[in-house]
Design a protein around this ligand. Structure first.
Ligand code: MG
Length: 320
């Protein structure tokens, strides 16, 4: 792939996370029916809790992942945990399990142990999948390494086996999307074969969802059925498959994929962020609608900073 194109995809995955998170923020926790009653079909950025164009914990933690990969030229759990702690702004809306794990680390627990007993056996929320895009980007040319690092990055806050699988699935999908030319026909069959070779999706939670994804791509059910059966709540075995389906069912346009995801309702900022990461990695930064980009916050760690993180990840990997 041409270098400029690859760089554009690196940036697309990071900014895609930001855009999807921001679009979903205003309706986080709304049901599909509530969204329809209040907004009809969401097509634009809405005024949100921290203002229009602002992001939530998803993007703030994704920034930490990217900053850490850049600082130590690869994955380092201790450094990444410290980046999360340094960046933590509770106004962005963090999950209670993540706060608990990061507090454990602040109190001296190692990053490998900090998330283990959150909610009993570790969290299987989507908090480690929502932030994982930079790992999919950084290790896109080595899927075994990508898997290993994604799993470890989840351990910091989401140590339950399902939490780790969800983050790995999301990271592999981002990495795979980076490697596909977006002007060619994307083969869903090849993608699903790729996943089955690399990831043990035999747990009943994930295998059921992938059966549904296959069915839905043929049947194209209505949004009510997708929201109800595939699910878009905070549990990672619901929201990651739903993000993947939102992408696969809307392969042609970044805009369509992200809007589809958000209009399902549920954990809209995170489903938006994860769909945006995959679609951004596939289409590239260039294909993210300018009317959305123009509306994003651009303060200290806003749009320009996130674009720069994508550029630096690229420079680091390709020695330029
Ligand atoms: Mg959020």
């Amino acid at each position: 792939m041409e270098r400029q194109r690859l760089k554009d995809k690196f940036i697309g995955a990071l900014v895609g996370t930001f855009v999807g998170d921001t679009l979903g923020m205003a309706v986080e926790g709304y049901s599909l029916n509530q969204i329809e009653a209040e907004y009809g079909h969401i097509e634009h950025m809405l005024e949100a809790r921290l203002g229009s164009g602002t992001y939530t914990d998803d993007t703030e933690m994704m920034i930490g992942v990217a900053e850490s990969l850049i600082a130590v030229n690869g994955f380092d759990g201790k450094d990444m945990a410290n980046k999360f702690i340094t960046n933590l702004n509770l106004d962005r809306g963090y999950g209670s399990g993540t706060i608990q794990a990061l507090n454990n680390i602040k109190a001296g627990t190692s990053w490998q142990e900090a998330g283990k007993y959150v909610f009993g056996n570790g969290s299987f929320g989507n908090g480690s999948a929502m932030r994982v895009a930079p790992i999919g980007v950084f290790y896109h040319d080595n899927y075994e390494k990508l898997k290993e690092k994604a799993k470890k990055s989840s351990l910091i806050t989401h140590a339950h086996p399902l939490g780790k699988t969800g983050a790995t699935l999301q990271a592999l999908t981002v990495g795979y999307a980076i490697n596909q030319a977006s002007d060619s026909d994307f083969s869903v069959e090849n993608y699903l074969n790729f996943l089955s070779k690399l990831l043990d999706l035999d747990s009943k939670e994930f295998s059921h969802k992938f059966r549904l994804i296959n069915e839905y791509l043929d049947d194209q059910p209505n949004k009510e059925q997708v929201a109800k059966e595939l699910g878009s709540d905070t549990r990672v075995f619901n929201s990651v498959p739903t993000s993947i389906y939102s992408f696969l069912a809307n392969l042609n346009e970044f805009r369509d994929a992200v809007l589809y995801a958000i209009n399902l309702g549920g954990d809209t900022d995170t489903v938006g962020a994860m769909t945006g990461a995959i679609a951004g990695a596939y289409h590239g930064f260039d294909k993210i609608p300018k009317d959305w980009l123009n509306n994003l916050e651009n303060n200290k760690k806003g749009l320009d900073y996130i674009i720069n993180l994508g550029e630096r990840l690229f420079e680091l990997r390709y020695n330029c």
